[in-house]
Design a binder for this molecule. Structure first.
Ligand SMILES: Cc1cc2nc3c(=O)[nH]c(=O)nc-3n(C[C@H](O)[C@H](O)[C@H](O)COP(=O)(O)OP(=O)(O)OC[C@H]3O[C@@H](n4cnc5c(N)ncnc54)[C@H](O)[C@@H]3O)c2cc1C
Length: 261
């Protein structure tokens, strides 16, 4: 059985700060990390491999050459092979073009029984890529997976909802997008980090995955970002004074002024 995990290198958004004077994002020194939901997706695949060592776990990403560092981290966690889709032609992609390229890469990997992706990437934040990849490959897809169990040729999945979960059964091959409640990702060991640097990363360009440059990257992106800006800082907080009744009265007045009550 072959499992493929879609992983993305993202800036650690916990480390991104806003310059209080200029109001711009401070990006210097912000580390790049494996997208958190993707770590859960990889952990899910590795737990299956722990139970059955015959299972092959591969990882795939589309990104610049630096994404190779994140792939090494995945290899050090226990992945068998890593694929990097990297080409100038893939640059400037929106989610539509990103998923076209990733699907082309998955086709080239071939014979995949189960595909895992994260629910959402913490930078783009759209949660669109997983379902779009499944659609491009003509595969069934379940998003927000918080628990799953393989039963023969099918997977029984708990899909997270706002106030509970639903249980679905889906035939393999299929794509599942994972949430953080699924598991706790493992750490890399020192030995596995050393081993990861001995492994090769397969790098593919648009020709390797049989994509015309007109069908990927900016050229194939129906959406374009016109402007990006830092949201304005929230106004100062205000302290109310007086007796409890007076403060409650002032609070209600202020809420009414803002049409909140
Ligand atoms: C209108 C628009 C224009 C954009 N223009 C640019 C641009 O010019 N340059 C640029 O760099 N980015 C651009 N982006 C961002 C780019 O589209 C996204 O980073 C990318 O498509 C992934 O979307 P996301 O981050 O929302 O991922 P999500 O859909 O939130 O990710 C869900 C899951 O999909 C998988 N996944 C997502 N991306 C990848 C990947 N690259 N490789 C492997 N797996 C992945 C992961 O498993 C991830 O957890 C643009 C986005 C939009 C909406």
């Amino acid at each position: 059985m072959k499992i493929l995990v879609c992983v993305k290198q993202v800036p650690d958004t916990n480390e991104v700060k806003i310059d209080p004077v200029k109001g711009t994002l401070i990006r210097e020194g912000v580390p790049s990390i494996l997208n958190p939901d993707d770590a859960n997706a990889l952990e899910a695949a590795l737990q299956m491999k722990d139970r059955d060592p015959e299972i092959v776990v591969d990882v795939i990403t589309m990104g610049p050459p630096q994404a190779g560092y994140m792939l090494r981290e995945c290899l050090a966690m226990g992945a068998d092979h890593a694929y990097l889709l990297s080409d100038r032609a893939f640059g400037g992609a929106d989610t539509c073009a990103t998923s076209t390229t990733i699907a082309a890469g998955i086709k080239k990997v071939g014979d995949v029984d189960l595909i895992f992706a994260g629910r959402q990437a913490i930078d783009g934040d759209t949660a669109q890529v997983g379902p779009q990849v499944a659609q491009r490959l003509g595969l069934p897809e379940v998003s927000y997976v918080q628990h799953y169990e393989v039963k023969g040729n099918a997977v029984e999945v708990q899909r997270q909802l706002e106030d509970g979960y639903e249980v679905l059964e889906v035939q393999m091959p299929c794509l599942l997008t994972c949430v953080k409640e699924l598991n706790t990702p493992r750490y890399m060991s020192v030995g596995s980090i050393v081993d990861a640097y001995q492994k090769e990363i397969t790098v593919w360009n648009h020709e390797d995955v049989e994509l015309d440059p007109r069908d990927c990257g900016l050229n194939a992106s129906p959406t374009q970002v016109f402007r990006s800006f830092t949201p304005p800082q929230k106004g100062k907080g205000e302290m109310l004074s007086g007796t409890v009744e007076e403060m409650a009265g002032k609070l209600v007045e202020k809420l009414a002024e803002k049409h909140l009550v």
